[in-house]
Design a protein around this ligand. Structure first.
Ligand code: RIB
Length: 314
């Protein structure tokens, strides 16, 4: 039985349009299928922790506006505990403007964090009573960075495993990773965090070593349809991808990191947990939306049982 996962993170209303292709800078193209759905890396990961691990709590902020109402209704509908979500007046709920390319599911995302940036260090006090029953704490970078740093420090002091999903890229130094047991960026986020130009596996491993040098034991890099790269002090491994038909990659990384956190909390090996996370991320890419695409645990286990995926040392 998984202990609870505490997620401290962002809550957004995602405004999504399907496009024939990703627009070029300055280009105006026609899209279709506009939809407004709940999202935000924090919400997506908290729901994934709940659906895959059994229990997820979310600390975050929305505005006192209609977007905030819509999101809270949908999170409640999904069965997520919303008691730790703060409402702020005079500021909009976070919004994400998203394009999804029709044939590939590849996205672009622009976030205005709005109320997410009003989360304060004092808000972390609400987690004191939860720390005793939680096994891991999961953060991302769509909230104030000082809250991420202090939250990870507190969680670690209380004996929780601490995991950082290093998205989206922020203007911060690699030092932000120091209170984390596991850091999981995608390739672009890894480049932004370390200043290394990341491309193939060797540059990804070199950049990951910069995080390891901060004292972080484990780095798991999300490589999209190339699977994942795992780097520790002992070596580096490639975990190949599960083969699926991607229709929308939005939120796939969120299901990945939440599944990784759940599996590690349950005591799975790092490489086994990464394979589990790859399966969750792949399944999320087969469904439109981000919150709506979070897979059930049974589906993750089923995919692992029907596709043989074995890691190799690189
Ligand atoms: O990771 C996907 C999420 O990033 C979207 O739901 C969007 O809100 C942004 O936070």
């Amino acid at each position: 039985m998984t202990k609870s996962i505490v997620v401290v993170g962002s809550i957004n209303l995602d405004m999504v349009v399907t496009t024939p292709r990703t627009p070029l800078p300055g280009e105006n193209i026609l899209g279709s299928g506009f939809r407004m759905v709940s999202g935000g890396k924090g919400s997506n990961q908290a729901l994934a922790a709940k659906k895959i691990g059994g229990s997820g709590y979310l600390l975050g902020c929305v505005g006192s506006d209609v977007f905030g109402d819509l999101i809270l209704d949908s999170l409640k509908y999904e069965g997520l505990d919303i008691s730790l979500i703060r409402r702020r007046s005079g500021i909009s709920t976070g919004v994400a403007l998203i394009t999804v390319e029709h044939d590939t599911g590849i996205n672009t995302i622009v976030v205005d964090p709005g109320a997410n940036l009003t989360l304060e260090i004092d808000d972390l006090d609400a987690l004191d009573s939860l720390f005793g029953k939680a096994g891991a704490a999961l953060f991302q970078l769509e909230i104030p960075l000082q809250v991420v740093e202090e939250g990870s420090r507190r969680a670690r002091c209380r004996g929780l495993k601490t995991v950082l999903d290093a998205g989206p890229p922020r203007d911060t130094s690699v030092g932000i990773t120091k209170h984390f047991d596991v850091v999981s960026p995608n390739r672009m986020e890894l480049g932004a965090l370390t200043g290394v130009k990341t491309g193939g596996n060797s540059s990804v491993v070199a950049a990951s070593r910069k995080i390891i040098d901060e004292g972080v034991p484990e780095v798991v890099v999300k490589m999209g349809d190339e699977g994942a790269v795992v780097v520790t002090r002992e070596g580096a491994w490639h975990v190949p991808p599960f083969r699926v038909k991607a229709v929308d990659t939005t939120g796939a990384g969120d299901s990945f990191t939440a599944a990784l956190t759940v599996a590690l909390e349950e005591g799975m090996s790092l490489l086994g947990a990464t394979r589990f996370a790859c399966a969750a991320g792949a399944l999320a890419a087969t469904v439109k939306g981000s919150l709506t695409s979070v897979p059930d645990r049974e589906d993750v286990e089923e995919l692992i049982s029907v596709q043989e995926v074995n890691w190799e040392r690189i």
